[in-house]
Design a binder for this molecule. Structure first.
Ligand code: 5GP
Length: 174
């Protein structure tokens, strides 16, 4: 499966500007707290790298790798942890960083799962949100952009493992 690039949806300049604003907001909200930022691989890796550099508070980072869509464009709703955190989050101020929230199934499952580990607080930060596709009710605490119902790649997001290295977020057609 290749997919072809249709158009730029969000440019690298717009992304940088928005990530800076998110970082400032998160820094204010956690001004007296030490944050643990959990990046969800692989799609969030570039967003995570840029975002943490815009947060001016002390923080720790870790990553989780969840089973992905594979080659399909649809969420199955079945999530498996392929790589778990290297440490306990009990009593910590935790923020999950995700690339995109679509049906909401992944983030809902993940927040339910991490809450069982008793963090002191748990918030979510997504770069992109497609609210029109939501199946379960969940709203990220921080979000970069609301986007229409198109399949997007770039800035970490892939289509069959391609396009993650694009600097802009672009719409791809199967
Ligand atoms: P959800 O469980 O909310 O339906 O899906 C979340 C996951 O689906 C994301 O972490 C991402 O891996 C994938 N996904 C959903 N929409 C898109 C999209 O437009 N482009 C890409 N590359 N992945 C998507």
């Amino acid at each position: 499966m290749e997919g072809s690039i249709k158009e730029i949806l969000i440019s690298r300049e717009e992304i940088a500007e928005r990530v800076k604003v998110l970082g400032e907001k998160i820094s204010r909200d956690y001004f007296d707290k030490k944050l643990m930022v959990i990046g969800i691989l692989k799609g969030s890796f570039i967003f995570m790298a840029d975002l943490v550099r815009e947060i001016t508070r002390p923080l720790e980072i870790d990553f989780m790798l969840l089973s992905s869509y594979g080659n399909s464009l649809q969420s199955s709703g079945q999530v498996n942890i392929l790589k778990d955190l290297g440490q306990s989050i009990r009593g910590k101020e935790v923020m999950i960083v995700e690339d995109i929230i679509d049906t909401g199934l992944t983030l809902k499952w993940l927040t339910d799962t991490l809450l069982l580990r008793e963090p002191s607080s748990l918030r979510t930060c997504t770069l992109l949100d497609k609210p029109s596709r939501r199946i379960v009710e969940i709203t990220p605490d921080y979000n970069g952009f609301i986007i229409p119902d198109s399949f997007v790649v770039g800035y970490g997001l892939d289509y069959s493992e391609r396009y993650r290295n694009l600097s802009d977020i672009v719409i791809v057609e199967p």
